[in-house]
Design a protein around this ligand. Structure first.
Ligand SMILES: NC(=O)C1=CN([C@@H]2O[C@H](COP(=O)(O)OP(=O)(O)OC[C@H]3O[C@@H](n4cnc5c(N)ncnc54)[C@H](OP(=O)(O)O)[C@@H]3O)[C@@H](O)[C@H]2O)[C@@H](O)CC1
Ligand SMILES: Nc1ncnc2c1ncn2[C@@H]1O[C@H](COP(=O)(O)OP(=O)(O)O)[C@@H](O)[C@H]1O
Ligand SMILES: [K+]
Length: 582
């Protein structure tokens, strides 16, 4: 697992490196600029070939004047007023050295550039021109092969000026001669972050609402403006090149087609335990990015804990017995999906507990999974007298009324417990009542709607337009929710955030190279609840169960690919286990 950094943490790491005397800010900037150019050439190897010029005699092997115009490698670099702009000047210089045509625009006053950026500005000025970044100025000229966004990085504190956004978009409209625009290669690259993105939250910062806060019409027109015209402010690059580590915002949003991280030699400082750089190591958010199988020897990886063979003398009860509460007849699919997930991920035994009326339906559908009818709370109490039931799952297909009756009994039994779906929604009117009953061996697995029902004030903060950085993020929201609930919260989505009450937090990303949008399909969340329950039955701690389940869930989805339905997920587990070497 790798650490994800906030802007402040990244600054602290850089500062520690500079203070140690090992490196200067200027050297770091040079490495950053060099890394950007290398990453561009790695992404688009054809751009690494030298520029070919026109042949005066028209000899073969040279380009004719018309072709030259279209094929010459050109870059436009949009530089901002801070060190992100400084990186831009380095990139401009390095591209020019490689024979590119480079145009540089600066937003802001050169005299106010921070020292390292100013040094690189001066170096560039000895090689080429710097034009003032204004929409009119950037509009004319041939369309470049590369547009470099070096306007704002980790120092962004508020929405980018409209001119910067419009300039970015104006480049696309530049002249492409008589060729169809689609046929002219055009790549947009963001240095560190797409400008406008708040690196801590992954949100695009909006301009402050300047109207009357009590006037609904004013507010609505602000929103309308944002959704229509202001979408022009979104600068969507094809490639974002960041440094040292990914930032939280890279993972909490997918505003770039791809994010790559380049090493700028801060590795040594990495050996400083994180808690030396900032007070609590629990402040660090980890990305669940186990290497398979490379990480096997090096990192804590799920295979180590998932390997049943290590307990060769074990029997089914040593792998735990999960109890999945189910609902009425005709509503049992969700619980069966969860049960199958729990069994496949390795619980020794799994029992589904439907209403007595739904027994036949379930008996017709289940074989390896056992059945135990539970009509009411006293029956559940009796069932739970068997202490071998060590993990419970309530929610999928349970029904809200039944959830209100059974959840208190389940929680009083103090087993490891997953609450999902109806078991969360049932307490929308009284979340505090639920929080009083929860204990540290619980895992809540809400999607955004369920989260908002249980934590309405937190959801409101999360969903409010962000105007200032660092903005309130899904990480902040999940941590706050876990602290309030007193147990692990797994907040689902393409960026699933998992937090414990003590602040430990990780993100399971299903974006970029792990993109699996086909997971957004009915019932996949039920399977996830089953995965968590199965791992709890196997004795995993709640946070570890939640993290491993979320990661395996996406691995299963990737293993199957498009066309996946919820039923397929658990069936992919054997393949994923094999890949893990389990
Ligand atoms: N440090 C290092 O060693 C290394 C750093 N590196 C690079 O530095 C980048 C961070 O640099 P940075 O801290 O200078 O911040 P950056 O994002 O360039 O902008 C800050 C400037 O923008 C301004 N500003 C902010 N918001 C604004 C707005 N909405 N509209 C207008 N202005 C606005 C703000 O002004 P102020 O808020 O004070 O008014 C300030 O002047 C980082 O992303 C990476 O690329 C790499 O080279 C590796 C080594
Ligand atoms: N776009 C997406 N990319 C990847 N995973 C997604 C995406 N949308 C949803 N998911 C995942 O799919 C699952 C859906 O769960 P949920 O919303 O509870 O659905 P259901 O209630 O139908 O089971 C969650 O694990 C969530 O993280
Ligand atoms: K940028």
């Amino acid at each position: 697992m790798t650490e994800l950094l906030t802007a402040a943490q990244m600054r602290a790491i850089e500062q520690a490196a500079i203070d140690s005397g090992d490196v200067t800010g200027l050297e770091l900037m040079e490495r950053a600029g060099r890394g950007v150019v290398e990453a561009i050439f790695e992404e688009w190897p054809e751009l690494a070939k030298p520029n070919r010029g026109a042949s005066p005699s028209g000899s073969p092997g040279y380009l004719g004047p018309r072709e030259t115009r279209a094929a010459r490698r050109r870059a436009v670099v949009l530089c901002g007023p801070g060190n992100n702009g400084g990186d831009g000047f380095v990139v401009a210089r390095r591209l020019l050295d490689k024979g590119w045509d480079v145009e540089v625009f600066l937003f802001g006053d050169p005299d106010k550039l921070p020292p390292d950026a100013r040094t690189n500005y001066d170096v560039w000025c000895s090689m080429g021109a710097v034009k003032k970044l204004e929409v009119d100025a950037v509009t004319s000229g041939p369309r470049p092969t590369l547009l470099i966004d070096a306007m704002f990085g980790t120092g962004l504190t508020r929405a980018i000026p409209l001119d910067c956004a419009l300039a970015f978009h104006a480049i696309e409209k530049r002249d492409v001669g008589d060729r169809h625009p689609w046929l002219v290669p055009y790549h947009r690259v963001a240095i560190d972050t797409p400008s406008g993105l708040d690196t801590d939250s992954g949100k695009f910062l909006l301009p402050e609402f300047s109207g009357d806060a009590d006037d609904e019409e004013d507010w609505e027109s602000y929103w309308e403006w944002w959704q229509n015209d202001a979408s022009m402010r979104l600068l969507l690059p094809d490639l974002t090149i960041s440094f040292h580590r990914r930032r939280l915002g890279h993972v909490l949003s997918d505003v770039s087609r791809k994010v790559v991280v380049c090493d700028i030699g801060l590795g040594k400082e990495d050996r400083h335990p994180a808690h030396l750089l900032w007070p609590h190591s629990n402040d660090v958010v980890r990305l669940l990015d186990f290497d398979v199988p490379k990480g096997r020897s090096k990192r804590a990886w799920p295979g180590n804990d998932l390997d049943k063979r290590r307990g060769a003398q074990s029997h089914k009860y040593t792998h735990g017995h999960a109890l999945i509460l189910s609902g009425q007849s005709g509503k049992g699919g969700a619980a069966r999906l969860a049960a199958r997930g729990a069994l496949r991920i390795g619980a020794g035994l799994v029992t589904v507990a439907p209403t007595p009326g739904a027994l036949q339906e379930n008996a017709a559908r289940l074989d390896a999974i056992m059945l135990s009818p539970v009509g009411d709370a006293p029956t559940l109490e009796t069932v739970l007298a068997d202490e071998r039931f060590n993990a419970l799952c309530l929610g999928p297909g349970l029904g809200q009324e039944r959830a209100r009756e059974l959840v208190p009994v389940a929680l009083a039994a103090e087993r490891a417990t997953v609450l999902d779906a109806d078991a969360l929604t049932a307490f929308a009117d009284n979340p505090a009542g639920l929080f009083d009953m929860l204990h540290e061996n619980c895992v809540l697995t809400p999607h955004a709607g369920e989260f908002a029902r249980l934590f309405p004030d937190i959801a409101e903060k999360l969903n409010a337009p962000a105007t200032q950085g660092p903005a309130y993020s899904k990480v902040d929201a999940t941590r706050e929710a876990a602290a309030r609930a007193g147990c692990v919260v797994l907040f689902k989505g393409p960026d699933t955030v998992i937090a414990a009450p003590d602040g430990r937090c990780s993100i399971n990303s299903a974006a970029y190279e792990r993109s699996a949008p086909w997971l957004a399909s009915a019932g996949t969340g039920d399977v996830l609840a089953g995965f968590v329950t199965g791992l709890l039955a196997r004795g995993f701690k709640p946070i570890q169960a939640a993290e491993t389940a979320a990661w395996m869930h996406v691995e299963c989805a990737l293993e199957f690919g498009p066309g996946l339905i919820a039923e397929d997920l658990s069936e992919m587990l054997p393949n994923v286990f094999r890949k893990l070497g389990v």
